[in-house]
Design a protein around this ligand. Structure first.
Ligand code: COA
Length: 172
């Protein structure tokens, strides 16, 4: 059975290790090896992960099958006050564990956490060539924008923005 746990900055090495096995495999063939190395360092170096958790307030969760971590995700409110849209920053299921419902479980878990906090939508960026777009569409995300983001080093992220409306929990 899959359990979801919220982790703090003490888990950065574990998250980095999971990213090492899932992240390059996701983007190989979409972006260059040099850009993969650049982005891994930019987003998954333990110092970068610590900053996301401690300074930016990103909430990291891990899906575990017993003792074994099988995926992770990170989310946070947007920084603008009064904005009820939350951001899904990351969702990565370990390669041998994909297609078993764990990704859906993590998105449902996040929705369950943030709807009571007033969230009305969950938004994310996804590379325009990532097959995860079909996964998101299955989960009622729709493409709501397109962005080319300069991440330095001569590299860009060529993304769609996707948004999923969230329904308030019925009290009946
Ligand atoms: C994308 C990802 C998070 C989805 O998680 P998952 O656990 O593999 O997906 P699930 O098993 O929960 O799938 C949920 C539904 O989406 C569908 N789905 C999942 N991946 C799909 C794909 N690539 N294409 C089409 N449908 C897909 C499943 O068939 C399932 O549909 P169903 O409920 O009708 O059977 C996971 O595959 C992953 O980590 N991929 C690599 C990393 C990545 O691209 N992350 C997103 C970065 S923006």
């Amino acid at each position: 059975m899959i359990q979801v746990i919220t982790v703090d900055a003490t888990a950065v090495n574990q998250i980095q290790a999971m990213a090492e096995t899932s992240w390059p495999a996701t983007y190989r063939g979409i972006i260059s090896e040099a850009q993969i190395a650049y982005m891994m360092n930019l987003f998954y170096h333990p110092d970068a992960l610590r900053r996301q958790i401690v300074e930016l307030g990103h909430r990291f969760i891990m899906a575990c099958d017993g003792e074994i971590p099988v995926g992770f995700a990170a989310y946070s409110p947007r920084t603008t006050p009064d904005d009820t849209t939350w951001r899904l920053h990351k969702i990565y299921i370990q390669p041998g564990q994909q297609g078993k419902g764990i990704g859906r479980h993590l998105v449902d878990y996040i929705a369950g956490q943030i709807i009571p906090l007033g969230a009305t939508a969950l938004e994310l960026n996804v590379n325009r060539y990532n097959k995860a777009i079909s996964f998101y569409e299955k989960l009622a995300f729709a493409i709501t924008g397109e962005e080319d983001i300069d991440i330095g080093g001569g590299y860009f992220m060529n993304d769609y923005v996707m948004t999923k409306p969230l329904r308030p929990v019925s009290l009946n």
